[in-house]
Each structure stands twice: as structure tokens, then as C-alpha cells.
Design a binder for this molecule. Structure first.
Ligand SMILES: Cc1ncc(C[n+]2csc(CCOP(=O)(O)OP(=O)(O)O)c2C)c(N)n1
Length: 282
């Protein structure tokens, strides 16, 4: 894996996420939970996953963005990895666009599942693995869930069944940014020690800094090499709104919208001078 290339990809994705979300105006772009997931998706699409946008009819690894509001990370990864043209990002969350505010299934664009109602993706991933088992397909499924999303009991039913069915080609990635929609996860529903919880469900668990690309790549690769029947969990410690000073760790940036001034500040912080004209967004 080319770590430098993945780091470049993450930088481009973060800039595109700001542009894309800004263009959506007051519609919910969900910057906070998109930005916390950028490095993880850059690693998946930039090196870990066995998937080729030119050959999507062939069995390939699947990524499910179960925390569907994290679309800015998903769409920017797909655009920069040539699943669709970059310009398509400009249609984000507009009428008739394929790039809805929450993912709507569209396999030709690499959007493998619809999500937005939290708590569904983990079980969907298990279903795919069980189907593949019958067809002797040994590709991998990667499911991203939010830590707030883990309040949904369906995740723990999924965890129990993944262990029961000995699904070792599935990785559940917890984007543990410690904030959910209207408060910290500790305030809303204290999850306790998530790593220990998954271990007690017989998962092989690793914890990483979810913004450290070499660490993410190394740990995912090692986990997925292990075919001992145990499902895998990666607890990624992340920062909600990562990379933009006024968004980081701020609950209001779960949903917040950028105005022109904040957009320019965000772009400056990302070290880019490509500032769009305000008319473009009116
Ligand atoms: C079933 C369901 N209940 C409630 C919501 C509303 N909702 C949207 S995002 C969110 C918080 C999610 O928090 P987390 O998973 O931590 O997301 P992140 O911080 O990574 O953005 C909630 C409760 C929903 N989308 N689906």
C-alpha cells in the first residue's frame, strides 16, 4: 500500500467534503461525522479494498456506510477513486441527484446500500457474508458504524450473530468520535468500554487513532489476514469535525451549515486557495 498516496487522497477528500457540503447550503451535510471518517475511508478505498470501479460486476469487497449521514466521506472517496466524475459532487443533495443527503443504493456508482436509518448496516453486512459463503466467495465486507449509532440494539444482535456464524471476513469499524446528534455519547447513552464489549461478543478487536493512516492500514490488514472464525472490530478514535478548527469536537457541527466566511476560513485551514465564487452557491 502506498501510504503517501493515501494521505494525499485524504487531503483531497477533506477539501472536496468542505466544498460539497458548502454547496448543499442549509441542507444537512453533516460535516462533523463526515470529517471524522475521512482517513478511514481513504485507507479503505485507497489501498485496502479489492474493488475496481471499471469492473463492478465482478465479486468485490463491499463497504457499507451504516452511519448514512457520513456521506461526505463516502462520496468524496468514490469521486476521487473514479467511481464517478468529481463534478458530480456539485449535485450533492439536490433534486434528481444520485448523491442524496443519505446514501441511496446505486451499485454503478459504488453506493452499495441505502442507509440513514441507523442500526441497519451491520446486519446487512452479515447477510452478504452468509450469501457469499454459499457461493464460495471470499471477498470482505467493511461496515462503518458511529458510536452514537451503537445505541441501536440491532447492532448487538448483529454482533451476536456474526460470532455465532463465525464470520471472519467482516470488519465493523466504529467511528468513535464521542459525540452524537445532540450531545456526547457519554451524556446521551454511556457505551462504557466498546472494545471490551466487542471482545465479550468474541470479536478480535483493535483500537487505533482513526486519523493515523499508517496505523489504520496496518491494523486493518493484519485483522483481515486472520481467518480463525472470529469477526473483527476496529475501534477508531476520531475527532468529530476533524481538520476544521471551529468544527472539531463541537456538537453543533453534527448538522451545522457553512456560510461564505466560514467556508473561506475552512478552505484556508486546509491550505487551499481554490475559493469558489459566492454566486456559484446562490
Ligand atoms: C434509527 C435512527 N434513529 C435516530 C436517527 C437520528 N440520528 C441521525 S444521526 C444521529 C446520531 C448518530 O451519532 P453517531 O453514530 O455517533 O454519528 P457521528 O457522530 O459519527 O456523526 C441520530 C440519533 C437516525 N438517523 N436513525
Amino acid at each position: 500500500m502506498d501510504i503517501e498516496q493515501i494521505e494525499q487522497l485524504a487531503k483531497k477528500m477533506r477539501i472536496s467534503a468542505i466544498e460539497t457540503g458548502f454547496k448543499a447550503g442549509k441542507n444537512a451535510a453533516h460535516f462533523g461525522g463526515g470529517l471524522s471518517a475521512i482517513e478511514i475511508l481513504a485507507c479503505l478505498y485507497g489501498g485496502i479494498m479489492d474493488i475496481n470501479p471499471q469492473n463492478l460486476d465482478k465479486p468485490h469487497d463491499i463497504f457499507i456506510m451504516s452511519k448514512g449521514h457520513g456521506v461526505l466521506a463516502l462520496y468524496t472517496a468514490l469521486a476521487h477513486k473514479n467511481f464517478f466524475p468529481l463534478e458530480k459532487l456539485e449535485t450533492f443533495d439536490t433534486d434528481e441527484s444520485d448523491l442524496c443527503g443519505h446514501p441511496a443504493i446505486n451499485p454503478k456508482l459504488g453506493i452499495e446500500f441505502s442507509s440513514g436509518s441507523l442500526g441497519m448496516g451491520f446486519s446487512q453486512g452479515i447477510g452478504i457474508c452468509l450469501g457469499w459463503r454459499k457461493k464460495n466467495i471470499s471477498q470482505k465486507v467493511f461496515v462503518m458504524v458511529g458510536d452514537g449509532e451503537l445505541d441501536e440494539g440491532s447492532n448487538w444482535e448483529a454482533a451476536m450473530s456474526a460470532a455465532h456464524f463465525k464470520i471472519d471476513n467482516l470488519l465493523v469499524i466504529v467511528d468513535k468520535n464521542k459525540i452524537q446528534l445532540d450531545g456526547t455519547t457519554d451524556e446521551v447513552m454511556n457505551l462504557g468500554n466498546v472494545a471490551e464489549k466487542f471482545s465479550s461478543f468474541a470479536f478480535e478487536v483493535r483500537e487505533v487513532d482513526g486519523h493515523n493512516i499508517p496505523e489504520i492500514c496496518k491494523n486493518i490488514s493484519e485483522l483481515m489476514e486472520n481467518h480463525d472464525g472470529r469477526p473483527k472490530a476496529l475501534i477508531a478514535h476520531t475527532v468529530k469535525g476533524k481538520g476544521i478548527s471551529f468544527m472539531e469536537n463541537k456538537v453543533e457541527w453534527h448538522h451545522g451549515a457553512l456560510n461564505q466566511k466560514l467556508y473561506e476560513q475552512a478552505m484556508n485551514e486546509l491550505g487551499t486557495s481554490i475559493i469558489r465564487n459566492v454566486d456559484f452557491y446562490s
